[in-house]
Design a protein around this ligand. Structure first.
Ligand code: EPU
Length: 420
């Protein structure tokens, strides 16, 4: 699968109906792929989404000597012949999530050179919290113009605490701790469900991990074994489609999800007046005749997730009255609002973190730019509810995290096509 430079063209105004299967979680799969570095036996991952980010991460490992097979959403990884070399700087630069390779590479080889992962359009995204934690655990970290060198020092720190919570930082350090022959305590960890999906895999591989509140105690081993694990359903994809269903759906069922992972979203849905019905592993959602305005303030899990802030911002353009958004996690995640303004949305952007949205406004089709993964998916849904035609440049941003989105939405009745 190559990055296809293309755009989406959508003819809006069609109501959607039917069922959609939610993919395995991107943000679980990426870290579970990194875990395969910790063993010289096969790791078999099921329910892995076929999306650009996963393909690129697998490519980084392949370039370093790993054997990888990817069929029908099952990924088999054998890192027996992995070479101790720098992960491809170009691929690392294109995909920030690749930072989770640092922990397992360091545990396995004792030293890693890693180019700067770079920021992206949602913020500068430094890795200082990861670095501080590695240092606490006895790792020497140096930086030059090209990037970082991480080296297991002589000291062996056994305890660290994140001053501020970091999701991938937590996973990076869990991966490192699971691969070394000692017990490590990590405090103030992230509690995202994907973190626990990774912990399950590491336990199956032989690490002992006790997570109590925000503290994890990990007894690792340099002799972890192979294992099979299944990625949980992608709650970020599910939230995107749930919000789509709430503004464009005549009745949509989302399958293969864990409704409990989306409690903060359901709470907002109740407040806004959206009808939904949860089952064991699915949710049915219908568009109500009237949406109420609300306030969204993003937070770490179990709070309202920053990734669902853009589609929720779109939904609020359809609510009756004044809504308020506060983005607390990233410095620059309101850029999509300017694109919605081009469609006629009435929005006052107060600063990089806050905006007021006034609704309801009938949106008009426009030529738009997909800025990043979640913003791109948001504009695509905006196109579905707008009058007339919308084109969205940068479809590859959306392909990073949503598998075959145009085919899956077409089945629900959307008029959407990809053009080169
Ligand atoms: N931060 C620092 N220093 C650090 C680490 C983080 O300043 O060392 C800052 C970040 O710049 C950001 C905030 O702290 O402003 C939160 O960062 P965190 O480390 O928690 O985020 P992340 O791990 O880089 C993950 C997801 C993101 C998701 C955020 C939500 C993956 C691969 N990425 O990013 O998902 O938005 O958590 O907290 O798990 C996506 O899927 O498109 C995506 C961006």
């Amino acid at each position: 699968m190559e990055a296809r430079i293309s755009k989406f063209v959508i003819n809006g105004g069609k109501l959607l109906k039917g069922a959609i299967d939610i993919s395995g979680a991107k943000n679980a799969a990426m870290k579970m792929i990194a875990a395969s570095i910790l063993t010289q036996e096969e790791v078999r991952l099921e329910n892995v989404p076929k999306i650009l980010d996963v393909i690129k991460l697998a490519e980084i490992l392949q370039k370093m000597g790993a054997k990888i097979e990817f069929q029908n959403h099952t990924l088999k990884i054998d890192t027996t012949n992995l070479r101790s070399e720098e992960p491809d700087p170009e691929l690392v630069g294109a995909m920030r999530a690749s930072v989770v390779l640092i922990g397992p590479l360091l545990a396995r080889f004792g030293k890693v050179n890693f180019s700067h992962p770079g920021g992206d359009k949602i913020g500068s995204r430094p890795i200082d919290r990861h670095i501080q934690a590695f240092r606490d655990l006895g790792v020497e970290v140096t930086e030059d113009n090209h990037g970082y060198t991480f080296r297991q020092g002589r000291g062996t720190g056994t305890k660290t605490r994140f001053d501020k919570i970091t999701w991938t930082g937590t996973e990076n350090l869990l991966l490192f701790a699971a691969g070394r022959n000692q017990t490590t305590t990590i405090d103030n960890i992230a509690l995202e469900p994907e973190v626990f999906n990774l912990i399950d895999l590491l336990e199956k591989m032989g690490a002992k991990i006790q997570a109590t509140g925000r503290t994890a105690v990990i007894t690792g081993s340099s002799q972890l074994s192979g294992a099979t694990a299944k990625c949980i359903g992608d709650r970020l994809e599910a939230a995107t489609f749930a919000i789509m269903a709430a503004i464009a759906g005549e009745g949509i069922t989302l399958n293969h999800i864990e409704p409990a992972h989306l409690e903060a979203l359901w709470e907002k849905f109740r407040e806004i007046g959206i009808k939904f019905e949860k089952k064991d592993d699915s949710v049915y959602i219908e568009r109500p005749s009237k949406l109420r305005p609300t306030t969204i303030s993003t937070a770490e899990y179990p709070g309202f997730i920053t990734d669902s802030q853009p589609p929720m911002g779109l939904l609020l353009t359809q609510a009756e009255g004044e809504s308020y958004i506060r983005e607390n996690i990233f410095e620059n995640r309101l850029g999509y609002l300017k694109e919605l303004q081009k469609m006629g949305a009435r929005i006052e952007i107060l600063d990089n973190h806050q905006a007021k949205i006034f609704g309801p406004t009938k949106l008009a089709g426009a030529d738009l730019q997909s800025l990043d993964l979640r913003a791109g998916a948001t504009l695509l849904i905006a196109g579905l509810i707008a009058n007339g035609q919308t084109s969205i440049e940068g479809a590859e941003n959306i392909d990073r995290g949503y598998e075959n989105i145009e085919e899956r939405l077409s089945i629900l009745g959307a008029d959407i096509k990809r053009v080169a």
